[in-house]
Design a protein around this ligand. Structure first.
Ligand SMILES: Nc1nc2c(c(=O)[nH]1)N[C@H]1C(S)=C(S)[C@@H](COP(=O)(O)O)O[C@H]1N2
Ligand SMILES: [Mo]
Length: 300
């Protein structure tokens, strides 16, 4: 794709030293819990970073564009200037990785994936154009009560080279057309995060933000938007981000028996305290503790 490329090396943009790194290549990191409650909007440098491949590089922003193709009459190339010409919306929305708190879950059952603590979640103000407005440019009307979108989906394709995809292909995901064309669903093609241009980690120059569903659908470094007849068939939609009962063996999984996860259950966690490892007292400490207890008693 002109203007942007998905490299195969993991050269790193600078990052905040407080991040807890869960995996270096690809880079996956989360902030300490205090970052989630110290401000309503999570600062960009402390926002969790979730990647499946190396971070793409923009070499020519003027040439960068997103292709809109698939089941439409006239495919279109959308340059940054075209997107900026559409009305700009600022949407405050949380992004949460479906794998958040997997470390806690893995204490009671076998699960696979990056070991996240509690902070693969953040709240940001995303600035950009509404996907519903963008799709109108290629002749797809906005959702009304009488719209029939059938089972069609809108697929978002990136440029990053992901190991798990066949032939190291790009990250891809889709959402139903009815959600994409609904202006009230606030699905954005975002170019800003907290009032600044997106940085490389979070999808520069353009990413999708789908409020209210798992972060995996908010595709970063957007390369193309395809209107397709049914849900995207990528690894990330069909063979990942699905929930199975504890009885399921990860080595013999029938992926098609579960729908891709979209929305998520509500959970809560205390963030004003950090979890620390409790140390079992050694023999000497036990004797000291008993002495102390004895001292308490003799005082009474
Ligand atoms: N191109 C691309 N988009 C992607 C991903 C990715 O690896 N590649 N990861 C997804 C997942 S699983 C999550 S949770 C969010 C994380 O966004 P963030 O890194 O900006 O926090 O991006 C999503 N979009
Ligand atoms: Mo995620």
């Amino acid at each position: 794709m002109p203007g942007i490329k998905g490299p195969s090396d993991y050269s790193q943009p600078p990052r905040h030293p407080c991040l807890q790194i869960n995996s270096k290549e690809p880079f996956n990191a989360e902030p300490p819990r205090s970052a989630l409650v110290s401000s309503y909007v999570t600062p960009v440098d402390l926002f969790y970073k979730r990647n499946h491949g190396p971070i793409p590089v923009v070499d020519d922003i003027e040439r960068y564009c997103t292709d809109i193709t698939g089941l439409i009459q006239t495919p279109k190339k959308l340059y940054m200037r075209d997107i900026r010409m559409l009305p700009k919306y600022n949407v405050t929305a949380i992004l949460r990785c479906a794998g958040n708190r997997r470390t806690a879950m893995s204490k009671t059952q076998k699960v696979s994936g990056v070991g996240w603590d509690v902070s693969a979640i953040g709240n940001a103000v995303w600035g950009g154009a509404k996907l519903a407005d963008v799709l109108e440019l290629v002749g797809i009307p906005k959702l009304t009560n009488s719209t029939k979108s059938g089972g069609k989906h809108v697929e978002f394709v990136s440029v990053d080279k992901c190991r798990v995809e066949e032939n190291g292909g790009p990250y891809k995901a889709s959402i139903p057309l009815s959600q994409a064309t609904n202006p009230e669903a606030d699905v954005l093609l975002a170019y800003e995060m907290n009032g600044e241009p997106l940085n490389r980690d979070h999808g520069y120059p353009l990413r999708v933000i789908v409020p209210g569903v798992i972060g995996a659908r908010s595709v970063k470094w957007l390369d193309s938007i395809n209107i397709i007849a049914e849900e995207c068939q990528s690894f990330f939609v069909q063979k990942d981000y699905k929930m199975f009962p504890p009885s399921v063996d990860w080595d013999i999984i029938y992926w098609s028996t579960r729908r891709p996860q979209m929305d998520f259950p509500i959970q809560s966690v205390i963030c004003s305290l950090e979890e620390v490892q409790s140390i079992k007292p050694g023999k000497k400490q036990l004797v000291d503790m008993q002495r102390l207890e004895g001292a308490e008693e003799s005082r009474e």
